[in-house]
Design a protein around this ligand. Structure first.
Ligand code: PGA
Length: 250
């Protein structure tokens, strides 16, 4: 059975003190032990949060990004090995904000995925079409390309350490959510693409998360879709009660 996952992408929000308060509230209010919860705070907080959650089953901490080479003279960047050495177990790769604002290319993302897996991090790889690709009916092609260019070179054992997050760019932070039908259609398409490449049994083990204005009001109907295994939550993950309600929406 594939894992049910709710992941919190805090993006560039919260101070250390605010973050600690939020993590403590989430841990103490947690009631759904069947759901894997991954907190993606700003990287500076990873060490501290990893040690504070380690006694709490089902909780993990990850980073939102890493650099695409192993180490070296890249002032201000953070390596996958440094992230792993701080207790992180997961990493987000290919978020649309990274692709858009930091011009990350498919080749760089592929290198990041390779480094993440090398350092035993589970990679949450984000895919999703832009608004014009949705409107011109190119959304399947856009997502298939993102899968092929960045993760479909992985071996059968490596792909098991990938979680895929489908995040239509037009839904991120906009208050527009994909309908359950739109989400299910794309999630089934992604699973089929994985099945064509790796076989149905492996494809059925890959968790595929929905992201894009997912919140406590709409999570239930999204998570009820057969191929939606949870969510990657931005804005709604910044408030403990809202995030906890989402974790209870299966
Ligand atoms: P949002 O962000 O929930 O605020 O739309 C989701 C994401 O970017 O991961």
């Amino acid at each position: 059975m594939r894992k049910k996952i709710v992941a919190a992408n805090w993006k560039m929000n919260k101070t250390l003190q605010e973050g600690k308060t939020l993590v403590n509230a989430i841990i103490s209010g947690n009631s759904n032990v069947d759901v894997t919860k991954i907190i993606f705070p700003p990287s500076l907080f990873v060490t501290e949060f990893a040690s504070s959650i380690k006694e709490n089953a089902g909780f993990f901490v990850g980073a939102q990004n890493c650099y695409h080479t192993e180490s070296g003279a890249f002032t201000g960047e953070i390596s996958a090995s440094a992230i792993a050495s701080c207790g992180a177990t997961h990493i987000i790769i290919g978020h649309s904000e990274r692709r858009q604002y930091f011009h990350e290319t498919a080749e760089q993302l592929k290198q990041k995925v390779n480094l993440a897996l090398k350092h035993k991090l589970v990679a949450v790889y984000c895919v999703g079409e832009k608004l014009n690709e949705r409107q011109t009916n190119h959304y399947f092609t856009a997502v298939k390309n993102q899968l092929q260019e960045v993760i479909f070179h992985l071996s059968e054992s490596e792909i098991k350490n990938i979680v895929i997050a489908y995040e239509p760019v037009w839904a991120i932070g906009t208050g527009l959510t994909a309908s359950p039908e739109q989400a299910q259609e794309m999630h089934a398409f992604i699973r089929l693409a994985a099945a064509e490449k790796y076989g149905i049994s492996i494809a059925n083990q890959i968790s595929i998360l929905y992201g894009g204005s997912c919140n406590a009001k709409n999570a239930k109907e999204l998570f009820a879709c057969a191929d939606v295994d949870g969510g990657l939550i931005g804005g709604a993950s910044l408030v403990a009660e809202e995030f906890l309600q989402i974790t209870n929406s299966f």
